[in-house]
Design a protein around this ligand. Structure first.
Ligand code: CP
Ligand code: NVA
Length: 308
């Protein structure tokens, strides 16, 4: 069997993505009310080691993967890339070949998406993308799990992304054709999503609509999604905050969506910038369920990668 990397949502079959979400739903239900440190029934990844490499900061990804592998019966090693020989010129390929001799699976958060692809090409164990400049696929799996738990049928649903057409937005674009929802994206011209992502989704018959204002994107949406206006690695914070300000999610903007429309944000959030407190702390916000579901979705992703 080919090595099962989890690098981008567009690379998996819709049936495989469905299988992962179903597994996440059932594993979450099976351990309802358990202490967080108890190992899942059958310890499906008993004896397996996950290495995590971080080139950028993380609260959720780091903790949820670490807890997740333990709940599956395995163990983890977390490394800051600056502490590795990578920083002194060792190649990505050699690093991948060496780590593949020690561990069963590697999760990487990197600045450059190409580095994660190069790592996966050289690795002989599964590699998981824990966020790059281009995408954040684990986040979107957790988000879709959250929406389904809250009763949304993804097929035919209308999701609105407003703000920066960034890495998280790209993974939503990749997911639209796979799960059958429409994604309406509202961004300023300067911060539109990458053309390649739009083209990719449309080649897969994805329904992705682009708007140059937040109001048209949000009109009639079942879900409104925001993210920071300044991602890790962005160097033009002042320009971004000014240009993206009209794309902030306010209660007035939410009023244009379906009554009771849900609000998502991958966190960390900046109240008063991309979203108002009344929205993110309001009754239709799912942000903390979303954060919890990183754990459940990623456990299913790790099991899929190892076919266990
Ligand atoms: N949403 C997310 O990936 O959070 P962290 O940067 O804290 O991992
Ligand atoms: N778009 C954000 C997501 C953080 C989880 C970033 O890349 O910094």
């Amino acid at each position: 069997m080919a090595i099962r990397h989890f690098l981008d949502i567009w690379q998996l079959e819709a049936s495989e993505l469905r299988e992962i979400l179903n597994l996440a739903h059932s594993m979450k239900a099976a351990r309802k009310g358990w202490p967080k440190g108890r190992v899942d029934e059958g310890a499906p990844l008993d004896g397996h080691i996950l290495a995590m490499i971080f080139e950028k900061s993380s609260t959720r990804t780091r903790t949820s993967f670490d807890v997740g592998i333990r709940q599956l019966g395995g163990t983890s090693i977390v490394v800051n890339s600056a502490d590795m020989q990578l920083g002194r010129g060792e190649s990505i390929g050699d690093t991948a070949r060496v780590l593949s001799r020690y561990v069963d699976m590697v999760m990487i958060r990197a600045n450059d998406h190409g580095d994660v692809e190069d790592f996966a090409d050289a690795a002989s164990v599964p590699v998981i993308n824990g966020l790059t400049n281009r995408s954040h696929p684990c986040q979107i799996m957790a988000d879709l799990l959250t929406l389904e738990e809250n009763g949304l049928d993804l097929k035919g649903a209308r999701l609105a992304w407003v703000g920066d057409g960034n890495n998280v937005c790209s993974s939503f674009i990749h997911a639209a054709p796979k799960f059958g929802f429409t994604l309406a994206v509202g961004t300023p011209d300067r911060y539109v999503p990458d053309d390649d992502d739009i083209e990719l989704a449309r080649e897969m018959q994805g329904r992705v609509e682009l708007y140059s204002n937040a109001e048209d994107a949000v009109a009639g949406a079942d879900v409104v999604i925001a993210d920071t206006f300044v991602s890790m690695g962005d160097t033009d914070a002042d320009e971004r905050l000014e240009e993206l300000e009209p794309f902030a999610v306010t209660e007035e903007l939410m009023d244009l969506a379906q009554p009771g429309a849900k609000f998502l944000h991958c966190l960390p959030a900046h109240r008063g910038e991309e979203v108002d407190s009344e929205v993110i702390d309001g009754p239709n916000s799912l942000v903390f369920e979303e954060a919890e579901n990183r754990l459940h979705a990623q456990k299913a992703i790790m099991r899929w990668c190892l076919d266990k």
